[in-house]
Design a protein around this ligand. Structure first.
Ligand code: FES
Length: 228
């Protein structure tokens, strides 16, 4: 029996110590209060320690958490209708935002005209993380974060491109840099088509696509300028 559970009643205490039943009752209550405070502190410490361990595990192993940084299935292929770059419309044709993966899924129609041909085209498609589907269409998954200072970049139907609201960096439908202060093209994730699922690995980011030039640009700039 511990110190927190007096083995005798207040009346017995009175007999033994002559302190009176009242004094014994007060002593008992003090012990109970001290015990309560100690248990509360232990509970708070336990919760804090558990949270700290969970946070550290999340930082070390984001792939296990199912959140950003993990492999995510973002929909069925049938939900992403392909289109020519000139016909893209957010959530309707060619370009789809998936906030859970912080990504845009781009689906270019099978007969999309690229500026490059042959081996140069294949090499550039590969370095920009394009995935060719069995039906001949192309997929890319672009990171929504502007590579200048990190604002989320919206797609603008009215000028068929991504235009950053913060300092104006501008990217075409394949994420290639057009103008503004961005130091490179938009980053992109590794993505795969698994059966009829569109799967994005948000833990694998390609941040190496440089400003394009005439030997690397895949898609011509949009014909319509973005107004403010
Ligand atoms: S953060 Fe996008 S242009 Fe500066």
């Amino acid at each position: 029996m511990g110190i927190d559970t007096p083995p005798i009643t207040p009346q017995q205490y009175e007999v033994l110590h002559g302190g009176g039943a009242e004094a014994a009752e007060i002593a008992k209550q003090r012990l109970s209060r001290r015990s309560f405070i100690r248990r509360s502190m232990l509970a708070v410490w336990g919760i804090s320690a558990t949270s700290a361990v969970a946070g550290a595990l999340y930082m070390l192993y984001p792939n296990l958490s199912g959140g950003f940084g993990s492999v995510q299935t973002v929909g069925k292929t049938s939900e992403f209708k392909a289109a020519q770059p000139a016909d893209f419309k957010l959530e309707l044709a060619g370009v789809y935002h998936r906030p859970v993966a912080r990504a845009y899924v781009m689906h270019l129609a099978v007969n999309t005209k690229f500026d490059l041909q042959g081996a140069l085209l294949q090499s550039q498609l590969s370095s920009e993380n394009f995935v060719k589907d069995k039906d001949g269409s192309y997929w890319i998954s672009l990171y929504q974060k502007c590579v200048h200072l990190g604002c989320t970049v919206p797609f603008r139907d009215n000028c068929l491109s991504f235009k950053c609201p913060c300092h104006g960096s501008h990217y075409n439908v394949t994420g290639e840099y057009l103008d503004g202060p961005a130091p490179r093209s938009l980053d992109r994730f590794q993505m795969t088509i698994q059966g009829d699922n569109v799967v994005i690995n948000t833990g694998l980011i390609n941040n190496t696509v440089a400003h394009p030039d005439s030997t690397t640009r895949l898609i011509p700039p949009p014909a319509v300028a973005c107004t403010a």
